[in-house]
Structure formats: structure tokens, C-alpha cells
Design a protein around this ligand. Structure first.
Ligand SMILES: [Zn+2]
Length: 315
């Protein structure tokens, strides 16, 4: 009697709670959950928001994982997600479609990381660019003198972006300010460590010149006293001219360059062909614009350091 009563109660219990559970699900699946909804325009900014926000935030990226972010296109649905986000983190001057969408919408809060990074031109970074080859008469057809967006490849520049995101999250969710600050401090310490590894790892090398298909490593070169020679330009889809290729070949021979770097997200054909023609190596240097698999910013940055140390014969 007692046993069967309990069993009946157990059978009834799930039915009794069912409507409550459904209501709960409906709420958390909508936009009313209590996390801060952050939309980042591409991977390094997404990573910062995830690390600083932890469980308190839901972070999405406007650039799909593994996609090349420069020429990202946004669907009307993505533009309306910008409008509904609690916080949008982007880098003006990097992704034209995102710049345009931010202008058309009015998200709750926006962090433009370009406001806190003192961005440089390739010339200021000392990059030997394909843009140097272009006639001045032809000036407005190209990115000559344009600001280089790729600040995230210099780890010492990351804390400024981290702090800007942390301030914005703290304004969006003041109750958890201490937690955001603690996460930011831990993240910034990792960037400091990485900067230290780069400084030490690249201190003593046989050559300081490296050739790369996509001129993404100007800030890295500037920070660690290296010399980037670009083949294709700031935009990885640009095609190099025969004149540019000939100039790069001369530099390779004169400076004893051992390796032409290419990246995974963009066709390596030009870099591979050039390396084969010159009888030198082709290797990956990843601009950390998107990630795939288990890789993250820090693992890729360490892979890049290892690749540079081999190519430059660092001790
Ligand atoms: Zn790039």
C-alpha cells in the first residue's frame, strides 16, 4: 500500500512539473536569458569577449569559424542581430560590411577597438609592401598609406582591447564588474607572457627579414624588430603583379631568406609557386583571423613563433 502510493506519486511528478519546465525552456532560448549578448566581428575580438565575460556572456561572431574575415558579407538576419546585441565589438576599417551595418543599426553598446589601438600604416611599421611599387599617379586606386588593421598579431597591443571590452561589459552588467576585471587581468597576464616569449625567442636570429603572402604581420615585425616583406598586400585576396614578384625574388636572394610564408585560410598558390621557383621552403604563418579545430589565439601564436624561429634561424 505504502509502496504503490509512492510509485504513483513518482509517476505523477514528472507530469506535474512539465508545464513549468517548458516555460523555463522557452524563456532561456529567447533573448531574455540573463547573460550579456555580445556580437564580435571576428575571432580575436570574440576570444577577448569570451575570456573576459566567462559564463556571464553569450558571444557570437559575425565571421563564421574558419572563414576569412576581410571580405565578410552579412545577411539581413545578421544585421538585425547587431541591432539586438547588448554589446558589439568590432574594428572599424577592417571589414567594410561590418562598418556599414554598424552605421545602419543602433545596438545598445559598441566598442570600436580602433579607438584604443594606435594603428599604424605599413610604412610606419617598416613593412616593404607591394604598395611601394605603385605609381603615385595611381594613388587613390590602392591602400597606399592605409592603416594596417592587424594589431592582434602584436600581443603587447591586446591589453588595450581587453580593457575596452572589460569596461563595456562592466557598464552593461555592473553587478559583475569585479569578475570581469579579474578575468581581464588573467588574460592580460597571458598576453604579457606571450610577448615575453616572442621577445626572447626572436632576440638573436641570423636574418630578420621574412616574406609573407598576406601583409598581416607588420605590427609583429614592428614590435620584435623584424622586417616584413609582403607579396600580396593587406587584403589576402589581392593578386601580386609580375613586377612585385620579381622585386620579392631579389630581396629573397639578397637577404638569404629561407622561407616564404603563406596562410591556411587563403589559397597558398602564389607563395608555394614562388618558393618552389626560388628553391626555398614554404611554411604557414597564421594571421589568427579565424580558428579551426582545437587551435586558439595562444596556440597559434606559439606555432607562429616556432615557425619564425626556424625561418630566421634564431638561437
Ligand atoms: Zn588580414
Amino acid at each position: 500500500m505504502f509502496t504503490s502510493g509512492r510509485r504513483a506519486l513518482l509517476r505523477l511528478a514528472p507530469l506535474a512539473v512539465l508545464p513549468v519546465v517548458l516555460t523555463g525552456c522557452a524563456q532561456s532560448a529567447g533573448s531574455d536569458d540573463d547573460t550579456v549578448h555580445v556580437l564580435a566581428s571576428f575571432y580575436p575580438l570574440q576570444m577577448i569577449a569570451e575570456q573576459v565575460g566567462g559564463d556571464r556572456v553569450t558571444v557570437d561572431s559575425l565571421t563564421p569559424p574558419g572563414a576569412e574575415p576581410h571580405d565578410v558579407e552579412l545577411s539581413p538576419a545578421q544585421v538585425s542581430r547587431i541591432d539586438r546585441a547588448d554589446l558589439v565589438v568590432y574594428l572599424s576599417g577592417f571589414q567594410a560590411a561590418v562598418d556599414e551595418a554598424i552605421e545602419q543599426t543602433s545596438p545598445e553598446r559598441v566598442v570600436d577597438v580602433a579607438d584604443v589601438e594606435d594603428l599604424l600604416t605599413l610604412e610606419q611599421e617598416g613593412t616593404e609592401s607591394h604598395a611601394d611599387e605603385i605609381d603615385h599617379a595611381d594613388e587613390d586606386s590602392h591602400d597606399h598609406g592605409a592603416l594596417d588593421p592587424h594589431f592582434w598579431l602584436d600581443p603587447s597591443r591586446m591589453p588595450a582591447a581587453v580593457d575596452a571590452v572589460t569596461d563595456a561589459l562592466s557598464q552593461a552588467d555592473p553587478e559583475n564588474t569585479d569578475e570581469y576585471r579579474a578575468n581581464a587581468d588573467a588574460l592580460n597576464a597571458r598576453f604579457d607572457d606571450l610577448d615575453q616569449r616572442y621577445t626572447e625567442g626572436l632576440a638573436s636570429c641570423d636574418t630578420r627579414t621574412f616574406v609573407t603572402s598576406h601583409e598581416a604581420f607588420g605590427y609583429l615585425a614592428h614590435r620584435y624588430d623584424l622586417h616584413q616583406v609582403g607579396i600580396s598586400g593587406l587584403d589576402p585576396d589581392a593578386e601580386p603583379s609580375p613586377k612585385r614578384l620579381a622585386a620579392v625574388e631579389d630581396i629573397v636572394r639578397e637577404e638569404g631568406v629561407t622561407t616564404i610564408f603563406f596562410e591556411q585560410l587563403v589559397s597558398p598558390k602564389v607563395a608555394r609557386t614562388l618558393a618552389a621557383d626560388l628553391g626555398i621552403d614554404a611554411a604557414v604563418l597564421d594571421p589568427i583571423e579565424g580558428v579551426t579545430g582545437d587551435a586558439d589565439y595562444f596556440s597559434i601564436a606559439d606555432d607562429n613563433l616556432a615557425a619564425l624561429r626556424v625561418a630566421l634561424s634564431c638561437s
